[in-house]
Design a protein. Structure first.
Length: 255
């Protein structure tokens, strides 16, 4: 099972962003030609300001990637990020993000709920952003709702992957994450804008923290990751970063 993991897209509507998406699509088409991609995962921060215009724009670009990779809606999985908030303070209702989900997914009833990914995998999205905003960006928590939902994941023999925007070590209620170690087999995260694919363990759960597509500092790379799971294990995590010519090249480090 090979998946594309994108995070921290921070999409803005301008020609510079258009060029980056074009370069990304070309890179993904090339990767898919070598060995087919079975899923697309995005761990939040789709936008910069959480506006409907930005969500409409990024939705169009992600639809193009789906078409390029011949993916269906049941092969695409999202979770929200703090930049997807529609207010500058906490307690956002994420009105525009919910609008985005409603219009992007036509055949998926609960895009952020637990969903099978093929025969052997399952995915659930966590909302770590109820206490965060554009300004309070690190105040991450697991909600009671998400904890209850994770507790109800069926014991169906699948390898269960959780999606969370924040790197789990910054959660203010990490003790709740520890309780999910028997239900969640792996976590995919973003937010940090790392310069490499980070692999580690938090609260007894293996974690991959990804390279951001649009970094917040100029010295950090723009990139994404390709993950390969086999027999309930991550067997390869490869990062790709964009060079000065707009080409996404493979990082020399990676599992």
């Amino acid at each position: 099972m090979r998946i594309i993991h994108l995070t921290d897209l921070h999409a803005e509507v301008n020609k510079k962003t258009d060029k980056k998406w074009k370069d990304l699509r070309q890179a993904l088409i090339k990767i898919n030609g070598k060995s087919s991609i079975k899923a697309l995962i995005v761990t939040g921060d789709f936008t910069v300001h959480g506006s409907r215009e930005e969500f409409a724009y990024v939705g169009e670009k992600l639809r193009c990637i789906m078409d390029d990779l011949e993916l269906k809606e049941n092969q695409v999985f999202f979770c929200r990020g703090n930049h997807d908030s529609d207010t500058a303070v906490k307690s956002s209702e994420y009105r525009h993000y919910k609008w985005f989900l409603k219009h992007f997914f036509q055949k998926v009833w609960d895009p952020e709920g637990y969903r099978p990914m093929g025969k052997n995998y399952g995915v659930i999205s966590f909302n770590s952003c109820t206490e965060t905003s554009l300004e309070q960006f690190d105040d991450a928590v697991l909600t009671k709702r998400d904890i209850r939902a994770a507790g109800k994941i069926p014991d169906d023999g699948r390898f269960h992957i959780g999606l969370i925007h924040h790197q789990p070590e910054v959660l203010m209620n990490r003790e709740e994450l520890a309780k999910l170690a028997g239900k969640i087999d792996f976590l995919l995260s973003g937010h940090l804008h790392s310069d490499c694919v980070r692999l580690y363990e938090e609260c007894g759960i293996p974690v991959e923290n990804g390279i951001g597509l649009t970094p917040h500092l100029p010295e950090l790379p723009s990139g994404f990751q390709v993950l390969k799971f086999k027999d309930g294990k991550l067997v390869k995590a490869r990062g790709y970063v964009r060079n000065k010519k707009g080409k996404y090249v493979k990082l020399t480090t990676g599992k």
